[in-house]
Structures are given as structure tokens and as C-alpha cells.
Design a binder for this molecule. Structure first.
Ligand SMILES: NC(=O)c1ccc[n+]([C@@H]2O[C@H](COP(=O)([O-])OP(=O)(O)OC[C@H]3O[C@@H](n4cnc5c(N)ncnc54)[C@H](O)[C@@H]3O)[C@@H](O)[C@H]2O)c1
Length: 264
């Protein structure tokens, strides 16, 4: 049975970065269903054009832009403030995959990954916190990963650089949680295990579909005690809980949602 979720976020204003696909898209849909007004960001205007008319509720605004650029972070927060006079929730969801051994990784590849995955989360948090501190309320959720805790390889290549960014956004949540707890602001990390999205497709656009399926099979089916790959909606439901007042005393935590992957 699929009961409609209650509107735990009625009237709240939420920024979701990378809302165009995968976990970001599922999160945008879930928060909208729960009554939030969204500022939905993505690098892809096409993804946002497809998403916006299908969101439940109202008051949603798309912002196309690259979160590694400070002007985008400023625009996201300014849009929330000008349109709704407040900002209640920031979901730092953007995070690109990267698999290549350290011995082959160029400085340019390292810098770009750090910019998108880590600097983007720093910048959006920086500008959101200025509003949240004034309001004396707010929730920030960073999409980390089980990769924040474990080493991983794909096709014999390491995801070491991606893992470093995921450990970074997890720790940023910890540090911001202790710093801003007395301002009424909660900050948590969500750490998904293998969750079927376009993440592999975005990293390897030329990969044959059968190989893509095999990657998810081996990560999700063979890799987890639950024996299946996760669904974006299963991450979104945890994010919605953490964003709501039901999680009023949850801050500085890293919520693992991985079908038992790291329990093994
Ligand atoms: N899918 C998984 O198995 C998994 C596991 C652990 C953690 N995560 C994390 O969850 C988050 C979402 O992953 P996903 O699997 O949904 O990825 P995805 O690749 O399916 O979606 C990412 C979205 O972000 C957008 N984007 C990329 N770069 C951007 C930028 N610079 N500025 C703005 N938007 C940008 C893309 O266009 C895309 O719509 C990431 O942080 C990822 O590290 C995913």
C-alpha cells in the first residue's frame, strides 16, 4: 500500500541542488509532496524543464546553474529570500562520480571534482547559513555516501577522489552542526549505498547499457545483505524525515541508508 505522505513540510522553503535527476529529483518530488516550496537547481535546464511542471504543490522556482560557482549559490539563496522571505531547508545533493587510480588522475580532474562535490556544498551552505542564522532556524542535509567510510573500486579503478569528497561533505555537516546548534540550525549527512540513478551514466556516457546494468547489479545485488540496489525514493524519504520537525533533536549525524552494505 502506498499511502500519501503527510505534509510535514507545509509552507517550508527548500533549496535542492542537482534536482534534475536521481536522488535530487526524488527528493524534490518528496519535499514538494510534503508541502514545501522549492528552489530547484540543476546544471541541466532540460532536466529542470521536465521536472518543474510535474511537482506537487506550488511556489516552485527553477534555477539553472553550476553549484561550484559562488554566483549560483548566491542566486539560489536570493531566490528563496526574495520569493518567500525565508529559507528553511538546504539539500546539498550535487555530487559527481569519479573512478580512476591516483597514479593516473590529473590535477585538473582532482580540482574539478573537488569544486563540484565539495566547494559546491561549502558555497551553498555559506550563503544559506547567513539567512538561517538571522531566522534562528534551518536544516541543512549533505548527500555524503558510504564512500565516506570505505574504499571502493570499479573495473579495477579506485573511487578514492570521489570518496574524499564524500568524507568531506560528511565532516562539513558535523562541523556546521556543532557550530550552529545554538542558532536553532540542524545539519546532518545522509550516506546512501548503491542507489540506481543516472550517476554511472553521467560519469560514463558512452557505456553500453548492459555494462551499466552489470555495475549496479554487482554493487547492489552482490554487495549488500539486502540483495538489491536501492531506490532514490528510499533516500528521499529519509531526507524528508530529517528535514522535518520529527527529527528536531537530530543534528551532526550521518544517516547510512545502504541495505546493510557497511554492516558486512
Ligand atoms: N546513486 C548512488 O548510488 C549514490 C550513492 C551514494 C551517494 N550518492 C550521492 O547522492 C547524490 C546524488 O547522486 P545521484 O546518484 O542522484 O546522481 P545523478 O548523477 O543521477 O544526479 C546528479 C544531478 O546533479 C546535476 N549536476 C551535476 N553537476 C552539477 C553542478 N555542478 N551544478 C548543479 N547540478 C549539477 C546533474 O545534472 C544531475 O541532475 C550525490 O551527491 C552522490 O554522491 C549517490
Amino acid at each position: 500500500m502506498n499511502a500519501e505522505p503527510t505534509q510535514r513540510l507545509a509552507g517550508r522553503v527548500a533549496i535542492v541542488t542537482g534536482a534534475g535527476s536521481g536522488i535530487g529529483e526524488a527528493t524534490a518530488r518528496r519535499l514538494a509532496l510534503e508541502g514545501a516550496h522549492l528552489v530547484a537547481n540543476d546544471l541541466s535546464g532540460e532536466y529542470l524543464d521536465a521536472l518543474m511542471p510535474t511537482l506537487a504543490g506550488d511556489g516552485h522556482v527553477p534555477v539553472v546553474g553550476d553549484v561550484s560557482v559562488e554566483a549560483t549559490a548566491e542566486e539560489l539563496v536570493r531566490t528563496a529570500s526574495e520569493r518567500h522571505r525565508r529559507l528553511d531547508v538546504l539539500i546539498n545533493n550535487v555530487g559527481n562520480l569519479f573512478f580512476k587510480d591516483i597514479t593516473d588522475t590529473t590535477v585538473e580532474e582532482w580540482d574539478r571534482l573537488m569544486a563540484v562535490n565539495l566547494r559546491g556544498t561549502f558555497l551553498c551552505s555559506k550563503h544559506a547559513l547567513r539567512v538561517m542564522v538571522r531566522q534562528r532556524s534551518g536544516v541543512i542535509i549533505n548527500l555524503a555516501s558510504i564512500s565516506a567510510f570505505v574504499g571502493q573500486e570499479m573495473g579495477g579503478q579506485s573511487s578514492f577522489a570521489y570518496n574524499v569528497t564524500k568524507a568531506g561533505v560528511r565532516q562539513l555537516a558535523t562541523s556546521l552542526a556543532t557550530r550552529y546548534a545554538s542558532d536553532g540550525i540542524r545539519v546532518n549527512a545522509v550516506c546512501p549505498g548503491p542507489t540506481r540513478t543516472k550517476q554511472v551514466r553521467h560519469f560514463l556516457p558512452e557505456l553500453p547499457e548492459a555494462d551499466e546494468d552489470a555495475i549496479w547489479e554487482s554493487a547492489g545485488v552482490d554487495g549488500t545483505p539486502r540483495g538489491r540496489v536501492g531506490r532514490p525514493e528510499e533516500i528521499a524519504s529519509v531526507i524528508a524525515f530529517l528535514a522535518s520537525d520529527e527529527a528536531a533533536n537530530v543534528t551532526g549525524a550521518a544517516w547510512v541508508v545502504d541495505g546493510g552494505y557497511t554492516a558486512r
